[in-house]
Design a protein around this ligand. Structure first.
Ligand code: ADP
Ligand code: ZN
Length: 287
């Protein structure tokens, strides 16, 4: 048996499956303080003998095994979790190989193996929801730097028809992608939640412009074969043709990319991407 954890700020999704990813048990545990949350998660996994565990966690989190902060949660507003040794707490009780990375990296891996990037070696996955985060697949594996990339906080230039004075909702940066294009940024301009906005609202043109700028930066930085968009906001399918058009204008044929209908695409696995990727990684590290 193999196990997976998608550790989020509001809930922990835990699953156990066989090596073919047939899920045997799955549970959601609400994310409270680390002690109570860990106790519940360990009780769930305690019922099974695991051969491997894959973990995708909210960040910032140490993802580089060469560093002393590997598996530790970084500075976070989530009460009690700053500096928590997540990997250590799991290793103490679960005696099997563990692969740990970010939530967005496991989703990227799920899309690579079972979703929109199957049979590719190089891809970028971006989730556009409450925040914006991304994972890079390089040579068929999750790219790990000294820490994990933060693709959501790259700077973008002001989109056409952007509101005067709107610098975005990121508390750290004026004018970063997450500040300008996350779900809450759309809500902040519209005064209503992004998911209730009309399909033809002009804000979707602005959204598409920012995502096109981001896609151009990822294209130039990583030369992927495909860029995949997940998260709640990317369910607005009208964004995609707009984004492809703006992308082509911005890139101006500077580098060759595949046909844009196949290059800038929607994620295929939805909410299952994370658990799928974490189980696949668990199977890879399983003894
Ligand atoms: P998470 O909190 O895990 O990021 P989501 O990816 O669903 O969850 O992102 C939530 C954000 O995305 C909210 O700001 C919400 O308004 C927005 N959102 C969710 N679904 C949609 C949708 N179908 N269309 C537009 N915006 C959406
Ligand atoms: Zn930012």
């Amino acid at each position: 048996m193999i196990g997976a954890i998608e550790a989020g700020g509001t809930k922990m999704v835990c699953a156990v499956s066989d090596e073919d990813l047939n899920i045997k048990a799955r549970t959601r545990i609400s994310t409270e303080n680390p002690q109570d949350t860990m106790r519940e998660m360990l009780a769930f996994f305690g019922e099974y003998e695991l051969d491997g565990l894959g973990v995708g966690a909210f960040g910032p989190i140490g993802v580089n095994p060469q560093r002393s902060d590997y598996g530790f949660i970084g500075q976070t507003p989530k009460e009690g979790w700053s500096g928590f040794d997540l990997l250590g707490a799991l290793q103490k009780e679960i005696k099997c190989p563990i692969y740990l990375t970010t939530d967005v990296n496991v989703a990227a891996y799920g899309e690579l193996k079972r979703g929109s990037a199957q049979n590719l070696q190089n891809a970028v996955y971006l989730t556009v929801g409450t925040g914006i985060g991304g994972g890079v697949i390089h040579d068929g594996a999750i790219y790990v730097g000294d820490t994990h990339p933060e693709l959501g906080h790259i700077m973008v230039k002001r989109a056409q028809n952007e509101l005067n004075g709107f610098d975005g909702v990121c508390p750290y940066h004026d004018g970063c992608l997450e500040g300008m294009a996350s779900g809450p940024s759309i809500g902040a301009r519209a005064g209503v939640k992004a998911n209730t906005l009309a399909e033809d609202d002009p804000l979707w043109d602005i959204e598409a412009d920012y995502l096109a700028q981001a896609a151009m930066s990822y294209t130039l930085s990583f030369a992927p074969q495909r860029i995949i968009f997940g998260g709640g906001v990317s369910n607005q399918s009208q964004i995609f043709p707009k984004m492809r058009k703006r992308f082509a204008e911005y890139l101006n044929n500077y580098v060759q990319v595949p046909n844009l209908d196949e290059y800038l695409v929607h994620a295929a696995l939805g909410d299952d991407a994370g658990i799928t990727g974490a189980l696949l990684l668990a199977a890879e590290v399983a003894r």
